[in-house]
Design a binder for this molecule. Sequence first.
Ligand code: SF4
Length: 357
Amino acid sequence: MARDISRIEAADFAPLPLHPSSDIDEIRRLWSQPLRLFRLANALRRRCHGDEVSFVINRNINFTNRCVSSCRFCAFHCSDGGYFLSHEQILERVADAEEKGATEVCLQGGLAPGMALEDYCEILEAIHGGYPRMHLHAYSPMEVMHMSRNSGLAVEEVLRHLKASGLGSMPGTAAEILVDSVRQRICPEKLKTLEWLKVVSTAHRLGIPTTSTMLYGHIESFEERLQHLQLLRELQSETDGITEFVLLPFMPGNNPLGPMARQPDLLEHLKMHALSRVILFPSITNIQASWTKLGREAAAATLHWGVNDLGGTLMEENISRSAGSKEAQYLSAQELTDLIEGQGRRAVQRTTLYERI
Ligand code: SF4
């Protein structure tokens, strides 16, 4: 029987074994031989997905940028002033998304001071009441922790309330690099590795799927990236609740971490997508590239390096743009289809949970 990962302690995660089917030397060899890595990742991608590349029609809604935290990589938060969307403004955006064929809205915001569980639930209920078919993909593990702290309720209770209010799934953001010594340097106020794992595994246990992410290309080492991927593999083998893995390249603009970040070149980005496919195979089979962070041309190139999903149309993108992204805020379904077909692949529209539309 699967272990209940939400009840395990820090000791259960340390020391971390490496990928059971390959050792660190083999992973290093692959990393240093891009052609071999590319071929392997591409073969695994084809085995899982044939020639299909998926995307979802969705809309991001960043309902506030007020935040009590100050992660060093973040150019989005505002500790003084900032904006807060009203329910009416949120519902206007949802109506616009529905008109454009969206099946999902993705809601994330800063950790607004004093914002308690009922405020988050009311947003979900307002949308769910008016647009019951819209999938609500909402609130990062850090936001769940923020609700828990502000409301004095356990994480599990918070998640139960969110689900009852219409939550369909959660973004597995706030993961950054799941190594506490790195977290201490880039986001010291954020939840720790074990807390992230506990929030996400509790969500899975309650029937709330999540994505998984990695923010890479700043101060982390190669080994720390591997450790992060290994933790996600372990989590997935326990809960099977992760729908996809999204690589999020660090954006260096307008944030204190930017000047000290080692910025990967295009080849390193491609290799990182390929290596993620290889290490996460076969437990996480959907590997997603972020067109908003990489730019659409590099994102298209990743389709030859193990990637089978290009995420969503977004319609509104504030977080990468604050950190210097020059990419558009919106790619229509037709533009995503053209991008995919331009690489000789078949474009497939999907739901948040990877059902075909
Ligand atoms: S990443 Fe999120 S929690 Fe951290 S400062 Fe930015 S908005 Fe706040």
